[in-house]
Design a protein around this ligand. Structure first.
Ligand code: PBG
Length: 328
């Protein structure tokens, strides 16, 4: 049977029919808002390439988190920009003075029910801007993978001690998930889940984030550890390894150019899958909207709903806060 007996437009003819048969819906409980925590006091710097996103000092962060929570965004992903950078990124394991640790203590008090997820990496904390400590191999500076794992354990333990609800290792360092899981379990934090940046591509879509987090590599790039955008099977291998090492949620990043990867992972592993709608994706929408070339609200809702259709269960997006405003 075909047309005129079958007319798929029949169920599109009424708004209520459309909602009755809708396959995917976007809710505020799908969204995580990234926040940039800056050293110092009374700071609220707008990030030029990410209009509407700010670097907040710890004192201003609590207010921002409260606003988010009250309008329905109940999880945040924290990125720190420390006062002091060194070759090892030692701010990351400083329980007392570390930027993330200070933020965790304040947020824990201010918004006790907010889910506090921390980015676990080194690029914002090292003076060279790489995602781990360095060594020399054949005269070239490279990431010391083994050495970095030991430092990741210190960082993860410190975040957990200071109140992180979930850890999100983002460095694509082989073995990181396993080492973090083992560390947490050894310290009575076996209840703390890990969201792994499992399929993270060496992408140009991170440009604005590197301004925001001040984590641009001072030499070279991240192609020795982040994935080649040309690859897809390899993403499944990355995810399989991270699951074996104990990842509870796996992430695909960036989101828009990688929706096929989200779908393959969701179909292959059927576990909670996150999409990171990254800084460059946000910046492009903001720039076009500012020109009046697109309708921002409908574009953003279309993008985020499409990520759910692609198979994402949760979405990290700089638009989360605005989506909450639109859904009030
Ligand atoms: C690394 C990290 C990056 C992003 C999140 N975590 C940058 C990178 O890998 O260079 C990018 C996020 C974005 O672009 O929004 N700590």
């Amino acid at each position: 049977m075909s047309y005129p007996n079958i007319k798929l437009s029949r169920l599109r003819s009424h708004e209520t029919f459309r909602t009755l048969v809708r396959e995917n819906t976007l809710g505020l409980d799908d969204l995580i808002q990234p926040l940039f925590v800056y050293h110092g006091e009374n700071i609220k710097h707008e990030i030029p390439s990410m209009p509407g996103q700010f670097q907040f000092s710890v004192d201003n962060l609590a207010e921002q988190a409260r606003l988010l929570f009250n309008k329905g965004i109940k999880s945040v992903l924290l990125f720190g920009i420390p006062a002091h950078k060194d070759p090892q990124g030692s701010d990351t394991w400083d329980d007392e003075k570390g930027i993330i640790q200070s933020a965790l203590r304040v947020l824990r008090q201010a918004v006790p029910d907010m889910a506090l997820i921390t980015d676990v990496c080194f690029c914002e904390y090292t003076d060279h801007g790489h995602c781990g400590i360095l060594t020399k191999r054949n005269g070239r500076k490279v990431i010391d993978q083994e050495g970095t794992l030991a430092k990741l354990a210190l960082q993860a333990a410190s975040h957990a001690r200071c109140g992180a609800d979930m850890l999100a290792p983002s460095g694509m360092i082989d073995g990181a998930v396993g080492v973090i899981r083992e560390t947490l379990d050894g310290l009575d934090f076996s209840h703390v889940p890990i969201m792994s940046y499992a399929a993270k591509y060496a992408s140009s879509f991170y440009g604005p984030f590197r301004d925001a987090a001040e984590g641009t590599p001072q030499f070279g790039d991240r192609r020795t550890h982040q994935m080649d955008p040309a690859n897809s099977d390899e993403a499944l291998r990355e995810v399989a390894l991270d699951i074996e090492e104990g990842a509870d949620i796996v992430m695909v990043k960036p989101a828009l150019a990688y929706m096929d990867i989200i779908r393959r992972i969701k179909d292959s592993f059927a576990l909670p899958t996150a999409a990171y709608n990254v800084s460059g994706e946000y910046a492009m929408v903001k720039a076009a909207a500012k020109q009046g070339w697109i309708d921002e609200k409908s574009i953003v809702l279309e993008i985020l709903t499409s990520l759910k259709r692609a198979g994402a269960d949760l979405i990290i997006s700089y638009h989360a806060s605005e989506v909450a405003d639109w859904m009030q």
